[in-house]
Every structure is written in C-alpha cells, then in structure tokens.
Design a protein around this ligand. Sequence first.
Ligand code: HEC
Length: 147
Amino acid sequence: MKHPVALLGIAALGAAAVTCLVLADETAPPQSTAAVTLIGPTHFLQTDGGALFRAACQVCHMPDGQGGSGAASYPALTHDPRLAASEFPIVRVLHGSKGMPSFAAVLSDAQVAAVVSYVRTHFGNDYKDKKDKVTADQVRSLRTMGP
Ligand code: HEC
C-alpha cells in the first residue's frame, strides 16, 4: 500500500519550495544566488510596483531597499543616484548583473516599468518628475540589449 497522504505532502512541499525560492525569507539575504534562481515558466502575477518589489526584489534588496550582505553583497537602492537615468535599472532588471538575476522571462514590459518606477520613487529616490518616466514601450526597446 502506497502512502497517498505522504506523496501529496511531498508534492505540496515541492510546489511551496518553488514559490519560496523567490518569496523566501524576508529578513535575511539568501545564502547564495542559486537560492533565488527562477525556475521554469514562473511568471509574477502582481501588477503594482510595490507588490512586485516585495515579491521579486526585497529578498535581496531588503524591505526598505537598504540592501545587505551575507554570502554575497546586495546593493542598497536607497538614495541611489544610479537610478536617475531610467535605462540603468531597466537593464539591470531585464538582464541581471553578477549576483542579480535576469527577470526578462518572468516579468512583462509593464511589470518591469512598474517595479522600476517604484524603486525610482521610493527609498529616498525621487525621480518621478524627470522627463524620462519609465514606460512599457521603453522596457520593450531595451529587452534585446545586453547587460
Ligand atoms: C538574487 C538577489 C537579487 C534579486 C532577487 C534582485 N536583485 Fe537587484 N541586485 C542584486 C545584486 C547582487 C546587485 C549588484 C549587481 C552588480 O554588482 O553588478 C543588484 C543590483 C541592482 C541594481 C543596481 C543598483 C546600483 O546602484 O548599482 C538595481 C537597480 C536593482 N538591483 C534592482 C532590482 C529590482 C528592481 C529587483 C526586483 C525586480 C531586483 N533588483 C532583484 C541582487 C538581486
């Protein structure tokens, strides 16, 4: 006799693990970047910039964008002059860099625009009045570019 309950438990654990890889541990950076490798055809469902930040970014950059260091170093996004030109964070989110994963496959153009707009207008950043407001069209045009 098999143990359907146990098997179900394992299947549920597997599903939870995939979610947790991205959403895990809101208080400490993951031990290695492998812990947040995005698996399979997962796609974030959030559309709001803040919700996207919490789901996709804060695991490394921390809830207040202050960054942190553990096995790797996660830069603060607070008072970040490198966010002034919108292309920079868009390209980082789309294509990744070193310990930062690429989100091109898991975020739509509109979602990238939303989360980049969020970090550019929170955590002590105030780039909302700049004329280069982030749009989905702009994200689309940067998708084909390398990091
Ligand atoms: C797995 C951890 C991880 C996740 C998740 C992550 N980042 Fe990063 N991020 C990093 C690391 C590490 C760097 C530094 C990369 C480098 O040194 O080239 C970085 C760099 C950045 C930078 C450049 C900051 C600067 O001033 O140089 C921005 C902007 C950024 N991330 C935004 C985001 C956004 C927005 C998200 C969510 C969509 C996100 N990150 C998700 C790890 C992460």
